[in-house]
Every structure is written in C-alpha cells, then in structure tokens.
Design a protein around this ligand. Structure first.
Ligand code: SF4
Ligand code: SF4
Length: 450
C-alpha cells in the first residue's frame, strides 16, 4: 500500500513536470534561428542537436520516454546549456528552463548512473572529504602524472583516463583554499561593505590562486569577508544532470551556513556558480521553506561576479599615470554563464584594458562557447574537443601571451585545448591579473582569520 502511494506520488510529480514543459514549448515558432548560434549544431549540423530539434522531440516527451528513455536522454545531453539559443531566440523561449525540467523528468524516470550517484550524493555534500582527496592526490601527483606541454606547465594523468580522458591539466593543488584558510570573518573597512564569499569548487580546490586573488581585491579595497569553512558545491552539476533531490540538498546546506551571516553582497570568482546561485536557486524557490525562500530572494538580488563587483560596486581605480602598456598581449574569452546568463561582458574588459603592462586585444567570436559545459566535456568528450578547437583557433589568431576568462570551468577547457595543440598561452582569471597588478606591499592577505 505504502509502495503504491509512493508510486502514485512520483507519477503525479512526473505528470506535473510534463505539463510545466508543455506550457513553455508552445512559445517556439520553429523559425530555426537558433541554428546559427548553437555550438553543438555548428559541429554536427544535425537538426536533432539544435534547440528547435530538441523542442520538437519534447513536444512528444511522454511518448518518447516510453519508447526509449535512454535515447531521449542521450539526445538531450548533447547540449552545453550554454544559453546561446535562449539569448538569440526572437520568441523569448526559455530553452534552459525547458532543458533543465526535461533532464529532471528523465532522471526521475530512469534513475541516475552509478558514478554520478556517488559523486552527487556522497562526495559533493562533503567538502572536507573532497579537500582530503585533494591533499592526498596533490601530494602524490608526481607518481601518476605525466608532462604534457612543457611551455604551459600542464600534465596528463593516465590513471584518470577512464574519467577525464587525455585532458591536460595544471598541477593539482596540495591544499584547498578552504583547508588553507578555514573560516573567514573579517570586518569591513574603508568600503563599508561586507561580502559573503562563495569561491566555488574549482577556485577552492584547483585554482586556489583565483580565490586568493579575490581575497586580495577584497582586502585592498577594505571589504569585510564572511566565508564558512564548509560551503558545499552550488549544485549545478546535479541540476544539469537532472538529479534535483541532491541539487536541493546542496542548496539547503549552503543556505543553512549563510542564514545568520550579515552581508551586503554574495560574490564569487566562478561565473558558473554565481549564475546558478542567482538564477537557478531562484528559479526553484517555491520548493524551499519560507525562511529559505527569504534568503534565496536576498541572494538573488545581491549575488555578483567578482569583475562586476569590482567595477560596478567598488569602482576600482587604475593608476593610468603609472601605466606601462604593451609588455604582454592579453585577450578575453566570454563565459556563456557570465555574458549570456548574467549579461556581464564590459566589466572584465574594463579591468583588462586598464592593467599596467598589458595590451588588450579582442579575439574573433569571443563569446562563442568554449565547449566546456561542466560534465559535457567528460560525457561528450569528442564533441567538446571539436567545439573547443574553434575557440582555440580564435585565441591563437590574435597571437596573445595570455587568455583571460572569468569562469574556472572555461579556464580548464581553454588550458586543455591550447595545451593539446602545443601552444604557449597562459590561461588566467581576470581577477588574478588584477591582483597581480596591485601594489603587493599594500595587501597582506596573510592573516585573514578572526
Ligand atoms: S527556440 Fe527560438 S530561435 Fe529556436 S526555433 Fe524556437 S523560436 Fe526559433
Ligand atoms: S543551450 Fe547551447 S548547446 Fe544547448 S541547444 Fe541551446 S545553443 Fe545549443
């Protein structure tokens, strides 16, 4: 009896979601304008890969699920969730919302694969366990890594090939940012501003220097910082894979850690995290308790990318008088989550154009997706490589010394693509370049804990 009630409840849930998708699908007039901007279609030229093709498929979703749920899932997974179709859709079809709902529905119908289940439900909710793995892997990496591109200082990890293929990485960190600094709670100084700092998994565990650079910018500008030592993943990998229950659990854990904190803004150097926190947490706000809803709403209006925060809130000033230009050439890659989801693209350029010793040069197709797309790069490795190759060609066409980005997930993909091609281009976060440009004597960033 109990089992029957449970089954009925889940069928009702599935039916409700089917209806929610149906409502959204009607906006599509099948004009096909999304073809020109879809990075996946740009490689495969298959109608089934573009937004319109997926929408046609979803118009018969119930039938398609019953016919072959695996096939449907495979076709929906051939999408980076980059938002290019949504941004350029003349009918304003909310494709990302449609695809997220559809993925959730399929996952609830057919279940999650074992590896994702382990990662999403047992590893991501335990950041200290992740930091422990990082520390062990970082310490012993010399044994299992192999030099990949000498110029770029990248490595390949043959033992991880079943999971990450032949991707090239920077050396692993030996200590995560949160393990290194623990809980942070500093008072605001000259800015009068206090922020909640959300580094995100990659800046916390792999690109530790990006987190440290962000802290330098806060410190130099007299911004108070609060960061609990056990923030968990923002939940985007879970949500993108349709595992809504574990996404919700991660959001709840983070909300719980932030609920008593005083902050004016929530800031992250990760474009993917901040777009997920700002848009997707809010998108599903109705599924949370009223206290949680209040906090989600507050965060929605105060979540900011670090470049946006630096330029629009801190009004960072650059000493043009002392500016030496043209020593190194830098170009910029627009992360989809930053430009297409959040509309931020002038602020990172403003920083880069004003840094001493750098000459900014725009690459062609700067806002074309790099092919990363979170787990897309792992599950659709060949496609991701082809999309990434076009981005790599755009980068090297302007012959830069450095390519800057504001999303660590993009940085991983750019580094891999450039390294695989034997190039010699540094990949840096915009905020790293800004922090390097500061007068180091004026920033301590050594004693942040209270
Ligand atoms: S999603 Fe938008 S751009 Fe694509 S076919 Fe439909 S209406 Fe046209
Ligand atoms: S979200 Fe990006 S990859 Fe997916 S269909 Fe739209 S344009 Fe193509």
């Amino acid at each position: 009896m109990k089992q029957k009630t449970k089954k009925n409840a889940s069928l009702t849930g599935l039916a409700k979601q089917l209806l929610a998708i149906d409502d959204q699908l009607t906006g599509c007039m099948h004009c096909g304008l999304c073809q020109a901007v879809c990075p996946v279609y740009g490689v495969t030229l298959k109608e089934t890969d573009v937004s319109r093709g997926k929408i046609v498929l979803l118009e018969n979703m119930a039938y398609e699920i019953l016919k072959d749920a695996d096939e449907l899932s495979e076709r929906l997974d051939r999408c980076l969730l980059c938002g290019s179709c949504q941004t350029n859709c003349p009918s304003g079809v909310n494709t990302i919302e449609i695809f997220l709902h559809a993925r959730r529905l399929i996952t609830e119908y057919k279940g999650l694969n074992v590896i994702k289940k382990i990662v999403f439900r047992f590893i991501l909710p335990h950041p200290k366990l992740m930091s422990f793995f990082i520390a062990v892997s970082g310490r012993f990496q010399r044994i299992f890594r192999r030099k990949a591109n000498k110029n770029m200082g990248t490595f390949e990890f043959p033992v991880l090939r079943p999971f990450v293929g032949k991707r090239h990485f920077q050396p692993l960190a030996t200590k995560s940012f949160s393990a290194k600094y623990g809980k942070i709670n500093t008072l605001s100084d000259k800015s009068g501003i206090k922020v909640a700092f959300f580094p995100g998994c990659l800046p916390d565990k792999l690109f530790v220097k990006v987190s440290e650079a962000t802290m330098k910018v806060f410190e130099k500008n007299g911004v108070g910082v609060f960061m609990p030592d056990s923030l968990v993943c923002c939940g985007i990998p879970n949500l993108a894979s349709g595992d809504y229950a574990s996404f919700k659990q991660l959001v709840k854990t983070n909300l719980n850690l932030l609920e008593n904190a005083e902050f004016d803004y929530l800031v992250s150097p990760c474009a993917t995290c901040i777009s997920n926190i700002k848009e997707n947490w809010f998108r599903f706000i109705k599924d949370f308790t009223s206290a949680e809803q209040k906090l989600i709403e507050k965060i929605h209006y105060r979540a900011m990318d670090i470049t946006e925060f630096s330029v629009d809130i801190l009004n960072v000033k650059f000493d043009i008088q002392e500016r030496k230009s043209g020593i190194k050439k830098v170009t910029y890659h627009d992360s989809c989550h930053l430009k297409k989801t959040l509309g931020i693209f002038t602020q990172p350029r403003e920083i880069l154009k004003n840094l001493s010793g750098l000459e900014f040069v725009e690459m062609p197709e700067a806002d074309r997706c790099c092919g990363s797309g979170g787990s897309f790069t792992l599950t659709q490795h060949e496609l991701a490589n082809k999309i990434g190759q076009r981005k790599r060609n755009s980068i090297v066409s302007v012959n830069p010394d450095i390519v800057a980005a504001a999303c660590p997930a993009c940085m991983l993909q750019l580094m891999d693509m450039l390294s695989q091609n034997g190039d010699n281009v540094e990949v840096k976060h915009v905020i790293e370049l800004y922090a390097e440009n500061m007068n180091n004597q004026q920033t301590g960033f050594t004693d942040l804990k209270t």
